[in-house]
Write a protein that binds this ligand. Structure first.
Ligand code: MG
Length: 302
């Protein structure tokens, strides 16, 4: 059987990041717009979002079976796991970031900024100090497809940080037109953010310096997408960035070099490292969930 090309090596360094005999597998088919992949070690499961169908799905690693984890689910988008192992979810129609507690109840982490409702939180990451960082573009309020159509009360698309002690929501940047995916470098000194808007930084990933007081500085171009735009992405233990794109997943060295690609036959909107060793890359590919084993490991529980 002839397989389609699954890996594109653009820099020799990428050869140490892939196993040519480890193929891209389709684990599930049946979503309308897949997003928000996150691996939950305690559940041996991959949770991800099917935004238009207003549900969170769960793929069980032990059985290979997929079921509905939660529906309705506030038209969920990005998911992550916090340092206590709890699921954190961006909700479009909920216009909030929520946390699923260990007893199953759902708590609001953030739903307003300076008294105004959020737009539609898109992607989220939790830093090791327990602060919650998320992007807030308007995709969930533009139409009824990915949420509930509504007005932007803020009128601006922020990236926010939620203080881990007092829960205060602070804006850390408005430099991006439509901020989308975000991830910290392994040492948490850098924060990468992608822009899927129509402004001058469309299709770019910017890199910011993270200051000790929780503010950002800088905001330089890190990489420009050569196939569609970057949506969600994750970082491995060596600091490489694995970013979703129109033709699959693009892998960047921390120096900004595009090392290579994992080619996927659908538009990929997000990725997550998972499995007990965090060496399996799960990819949310529009209608399907894909995965590939890699000889690299994902960084932390993000
Ligand atoms: Mg996104």
């Amino acid at each position: 059987m002839t397989r389609p090309q699954e890996f594109l090596v653009l820099d020799d360094r990428f050869k140490t990041c892939i196993k040519p005999t480890a193929h891209v597998e389709k684990l599930y088919e049946g979503t309308r717009w897949a997003e928000g992949t996150v691996y939950i070690p305690a559940m041996r499961s991959l949770i991800w979002s099917d935004i238009p169908n207003d549900r969170l799905l769960r793929w069980d690693e032990t059985s290979g079976v997929t079921g509905v984890f939660r529906s309705p689910a506030g038209h969920p988008n990005g998911n992550t796991i916090d340092r206590q192992g709890r699921l954190v979810t961006c909700e479009h129609s909920g216009r909030r970031v929520s946390r699923t507690e260990h007893d199953g109840t759902i708590t609001t982490i953030a739903d307003r900024y300076q008294g105004k409702r959020l737009n539609s939180p898109n992607d989220v990451v939790v830093k090791s100090d327990n602060s919650v960082w998320f992007t807030d573009p308007p995709y969930g309020i533009i139409s009824d497809y990915e949420g509930i159509q509504g007005e932007s009360e803020l009128g601006v698309n922020h990236v926010f940080r939620v203080d881990p002690v007092i829960g205060e929501v602070r804006s850390v940047t408005t430099a991006l037109d439509r901020p989308n995916g975000l991830a910290f470098s392994p040492d948490e000194r850098r924060l990468y953010i992608s822009d899927t808007g129509s402004g001058p930084t469309r299709g770019q990933m910017l890199v910011f310096d993270v200051n000790d007081d929780g503010t950002l500085s800088g905001g330089d171009l890190f990489a420009k997408c050569d196939a569609g735009v970057f949506d969600g992405f994750r970082v491995d233990t060596a600091g490489r960035i694995w970013a979703s794109a129109q033709d699959g997943v693009h892998c960047f060295d921390p120096d900004g070099t595009l090392l290579g690609k994992v080619l996927v036959p659908e538009v990929v909107a997000n990725v997550a490292f998972g499995g007990p060793r965090r060496n399996r890359l799960f990819m949310a590919g529009t209608t399907s969930l894909y995965a590939v084993f890699l000889p690299v490991n994902g960084d932390k529980l993000v």
